[in-house]
Design a protein around this ligand. Structure first.
Ligand code: NAD
Length: 292
């Protein structure tokens, strides 16, 4: 088993406030506080890769991890949290119920399996991953998990306006979060407006455009003016748009870089220049016509 101290020269560094100060918490509609930056771990390999990434992130000041049962790394995520010198309660942990389990009406069982792999009795946020058939029934199962204390907050991912309204109509808990693809090329105003109307916080997946930000010279120009990197400019734009961001990396330097967003601010003009890049371009599947 990989131990924290096996690659961290000084675990006490973790308890310092380095990089952590300035990070905002966003209050969800049930009063739960959610750190505005999280580490996304899609495509991080289970085992050593994901464990190390999470330990580096915690050392940099992250207190929020975004996984899902379909990422097949919940065991590593659980191991990383168990072996870090940070209390479980200090870490905001999100997981998601996968489509097959929603379709098979086995949300409750799937949650139990996730909690076992994560070695925890609760997650901070539990999401339905995609709005597949039987999502209504799955939502009611999430409400039960919430009432039972297995999830501190519950929400949706990739839900479109009509599906969000459906959940609100049939349920008794307003979703706390909708996690959607969101970056300078795609801001999904129709979805974010419904979220705002109901007090649902938006989490941006692929906030770095899955790496495609490198092809946009505007980010490099703005970055040079601030002495920051293009990735930091893209992420800072998300911070100033008040969304939660969950950039993914398993590289120590990049994990740290993606968290160092609070020592500069984009001007109104720079925000407008980046806003003008919107072109409805997706890097992931479209929830309106995906099929998996
Ligand atoms: P991302 O936009 O976070 O981009 C990640 C890629 O950008 C990395 O693979 C790396 O190549 C590059 N990168 C990261 N930091 C960099 C840096 N500082 N400089 C240069 N390049 C850098 O993409 P993502 O992984 O698709 O999204 C982030 C997270 O969102 C995922 O890990 C996952 O947790 C979540 N997600 C959720 C859904 C969903 O359906 N709910 C879908 C996709 C992703």
């Amino acid at each position: 088993m990989l131990l924290w101290t096996s690659f961290l020269p000084d675990a006490n560094k973790l308890r310092s406030t380095r990089c952590y100060s300035g990070m905002k918490q966003i209050e969800l509609n049930n009063g739960v506080q959610m750190p505005q930056i999280g580490l996304g771990v899609w495509q991080a390999k289970d085992g050593q890769e994901v464990v190390r990434a999470i330990h580096w992130a915690l050392e940099s000041g992250y207190r929020h991890i975004d996984t899902a049962s379909i990422y097949k790394n919940e065991e590593g995520v659980g191991q990383a949290i168990q072996t870090a010198p940070i209390d479980r309660e200090q870490i905001f942990l999100t997981t998601k119920i996968w489509n097959n389990d929603i379709r098979a009406r086995r949300t409750k069982e799937a949650l139990k399996e996730s909690l076992d792999r994560l070695q925890t009795s609760y997650v901070d946020l539990l999401l339905l991953h995609w709005p597949v058939d039987h999502f209504e029934e799955a939502w009611l199962a999430l409400e039960e998990a919430y009432q039972a204390g297995q999830a501190k907050a519950i929400g949706l991912s990739n839900f479109m306006p009509e599906q969000i309204e459906k959940v609100i109509e049939i349920g008794s808990v307003i979703p706390a979060v909708n996690q959607i693809e969101y970056h300078p090329y795609l801001t999904q105003a129709d979805v974010t407006q419904i979220c705002e109307k109901h007090g649902i916080v938006v989490t941006a997946w692929s906030p770095l455009m899955q790496g495609h930000f490198k092809n946009e010279s505007l980010f490099a120009d703005i970055a040079a003016a601030h002495g920051k990197t293009p990735a930091q400019v893209v992420l800072r734009w998300g911070i100033q748009r008040d969304v939660i961001i969950i950039p993914k990396s398993t590289n120590e330097g990049r994990i740290q870089e993606n968290f160092e967003l609070f020592d500069f601010e984009l001007s109104t003009e720079e925000m407008e220049q980046i806003n003008a890049l919107e072109r409805g371009r997706r890097f992931g599947p479209d929830p309106r016509n995906f099929d998996f």
